[in-house]
Design a protein around this ligand. Structure first.
Ligand SMILES: [Zn+2]
Length: 312
């Protein structure tokens, strides 16, 4: 009861707070007339516009570079970023951002750009394709997990138990059917880059890096870096960890990123920008269909947490 009341109060209005810096993360933005909905990573167009308007009202929205360069000056800043390079960025998100002159960064995977598929969306969109699931099971699962068990929850088992050191080409299947074009292609990325959108590194195949050995991790990070740098003729400086939670990367990951001068970001439980104990690690908050009161609650929760950590 008390908790519910506290949540209600914390959802009314953002507390005034100095030096508040937040990175808001989106994935797929669904056009109002579209039926294409990916569970856990879709924001509907109307909600997106409402959230962006809220963020505009309470924050100065900066590019990732500008946000990271800001020293504490008593103002509130935010950056808007997108993971996975969904095609909807071009037609739904970009016009909104352009209208408000809001800078944005999109973290992309070479495989999604070139093959127009990633294993995560393949599983979500082809859950009843036994051939594809068998291919994944055969190449990426240990013998202890039988196929029936795998087929019941393939995404969860891939996320927690796959041997991602296997040949990544088996993650793809040119026979798979998709309802529409899912990812941005090279030409669209080049065009959007010219219009001021920043594209950055999200690894080649969106594997769970903590389930990869050092060599595979290095390949996943560096090959995607070189691919992007070649495509856009500029240096890649930011890396978003695929899936982004603590369990999805390890010391090998942070070592490779630091050796390659990357700023990198994850998705913690509490999503406030703060000087992290791990150098160059910048937290982000992932948004989908949150209402404005829910967004306010997240912000206030972060403020309270910072207060207890003496970081106000
Ligand atoms: Zn991602």
């Amino acid at each position: 009861m008390l908790l519910r009341l506290a949540k209600k109060v914390l959802s009314l209005q953002p507390f005034p707070r100095n030096n508040h810096r937040v990175i808001f993360l989106y994935h797929h933005i669904k056009a109002t007339q579209s039926n294409f909905y990916l569970p856990q990573c879709t924001t509907s167009e109307n909600n997106f516009i409402e959230q962006i308007n809220f963020i505009r009202k309470y924050f100065n929205i900066l590019s990732l570079e500008e946000l990271l360069a800001k020293t504490e000056d008593g103002k509130r800043y935010a950056s808007i970023v997108f993971d996975d390079g969904f095609d909807s960025f071009k037609n739904v998100a970009f016009p909104v951002l352009k209208n408000y002159k809001i800078p944005a960064t999109v973290f992309v995977n070479q495989a999604a750009i070139e093959k127009q598929q990633l294993w995560v969306s393949n599983i979500l969109l082809n859950a009843d394709n036994k051939n594809y699931l068998e291919q994944l099971w055969h190449k990426f699962m240990s013998e202890q997990i039988n196929f029936d068990k795998f087929a019941k929850n393939p995404l969860n088992l891939m996320l927690t138990q796959a041997n991602f050191n296997a040949d990544p080409s088996f993650l793809y299947d040119s026979n798979l059917k998709f309802p529409l074009k899912i990812y941005l292609d090279e030409q669209e990325i080049i065009d959007l880059d010219k219009k001021g959108i920043q594209f950055e590194n999200h690894s080649s195949d969106h594997l769970v890096l903590s389930l990869c050995n050092l060599d595979t991790q290095r390949k996943q990070i560096i090959e995607n870096k070189l691919y992007l740098e070649n495509l856009l003729a500029k240096t890649s400086q930011h890396f978003a960890i695929p899936f982004g939670k603590t369990e999805h990367f390890n010391q090998d990951t942070t070592q490779i990123l630091q050796n390659n001068l990357y700023n990198y970001s994850n998705i913690p439980q509490i999503f406030d920008y703060q000087q992290n104990s791990i150098k160059n690690l910048i937290p982000r908050i992932s948004l989908t269909e949150e209402s404005i009161p829910e967004l306010i609650f997240y912000l206030n929760r972060a403020t309270i947490q910072s207060f207890f950590e003496n970081k106000l």
